[in-house]
Design a protein around this ligand. Structure first.
Ligand SMILES: NC(=O)c1ccc[n+]([C@@H]2O[C@H](COP(=O)([O-])OP(=O)(O)OC[C@H]3O[C@@H](n4cnc5c(N)ncnc54)[C@H](OP(=O)(O)O)[C@@H]3O)[C@@H](O)[C@H]2O)c1
Length: 287
């Protein structure tokens, strides 16, 4: 492996590491010996991550990066490449849910949800990929969701964004593979992180102001969902472990559905859980 400016270790860049999956992913990669660049849009939140890494005897480098800003993405990737020499693994993890009906979701909420969950992934991938292509190696791992395959009520905007990531990456995977870069999707079901509290916070006004006929339905949906998180929720660290395994796999799958419960949800749509059949079929058209 070529030397980075920080030595022989591979460099990972992770988005959205202030909490949840991203936070644990940064810790896992640091412990595994990667030069770990943990990005967050608000670096005033870095203390808990840095303290936890330090207590475990590991180093993590924090960079400011707001995936919803093309300018921030470009500047951060440029900075990371200058400081650490290259990016071997990109983890598109940053994301945010939103609850609303098609009728009552504002354009601002729709655009914000697409910006964070879809355009952010597109812009990150476009910024990081060229140096992987030039080296003929790299891994791009994106955290989508079972909501990237299965639409769920009141999650129309969020699922649309995650479906968009799925389509983009399924299309991109055969081309990236030809250039030595693997593309993988991580598709969790419920994870007990800050996610739901953040969804409630950003959708709070909407939840309170749901109008008939949606007001009673959102209450029912939220009640049912809480039970699902309590019974079937994985931890942020569970998902981080799967992401690290993906980065280290000799030949990573295209798709990782992360739990039996998640598989049960996507089963009606997916018969080949690895997703390799679709990628292989289109890769063959590039031969
Ligand atoms: N939790 C679930 O049930 C679940 C299920 C399936 C998939 N997922 C996916 O898993 C991924 C991680 O979510 P999580 O469960 O760990 O939730 P989380 O605890 O809410 O973490 C989300 C992270 O994304 C960051 N983020 C949000 N907007 C950003 C932006 N514009 N630029 C940069 N970072 C931004 C947040 O930063 P701030 O602190 O600044 O907000 C936070 O660090 C997301 O892609 C999510 O869609 C979650």
């Amino acid at each position: 492996m070529a030397k980075t400016k920080t030595g022989d270790q591979p460099v990972v860049l992770i988005t959205g590491t202030s909490s949840g999956v991203g936070f644990h992913t940064a810790l896992r990669f640091a412990a595994a010996g990667y030069v770990t660049v943990a990005s967050m849009r608000d670096t005033s939140k870095k203390k808990p991550l840095l303290e936890k890494a330090k207590a475990a005897g590991h180093k993590i480098f924090v960079e400011r990066l707001d995936v919803a800003s093309k300018k921030s993405v470009k500047a951060a990737v440029k900075r990371v490449l200058k400081r650490y020499g290259r990016i071997d693994v990109l983890i598109n993890n940053a994301g945010a849910g939103f609850l609303g009906s098609v009728e009552q979701t504002t354009d601002d909420d729709l655009h914000r949800t697409m910006d964070i969950n879809f355009f952010g992934v597109w812009h990150m991938t476009r910024a990081v990929f060229p140096q992987m292509r030039e080296r003929g190696s790299g891994r791009i791992i994106s955290v989508t969701s079972v909501g990237g395959l299965i639409g769920q009520p009141f999650n129309e905007a969020y699922c649309a964004a995650k479906f968009a990531v799925e389509g983009m990456m399924e299309g991109f995977a055969p081309l990236a593979r030809r250039m030595g870069v693997s593309v993988s999707l991580i598709e969790p079901g419920p994870i007990n992180t800050e996610f739901v509290a953040n969804v409630r916070a950003t959708s709070a006004e909407g939840l309170a102001s749901f109008e008939a006929p949606y007001d009673g339905l959102i209450a029912k949906y939220m009640g049912a969902s809480e039970g699902v998180f309590a019974q079937f929720g994985q931890t942020g660290d569970d998902i981080a472990g799967i992401i690290l395994d993906t980065a280290r796999a000799e030949k990573p799958d295209f798709r990782y559905v992360t739990s039996d419960f998640a598989k049960q949800i996507v089963k009606p749509k997916v018969v080949d859980y690895s997703g390799n059949n679709v990628v292989d079929a289109f890769a063959a058209r590039l031969e």
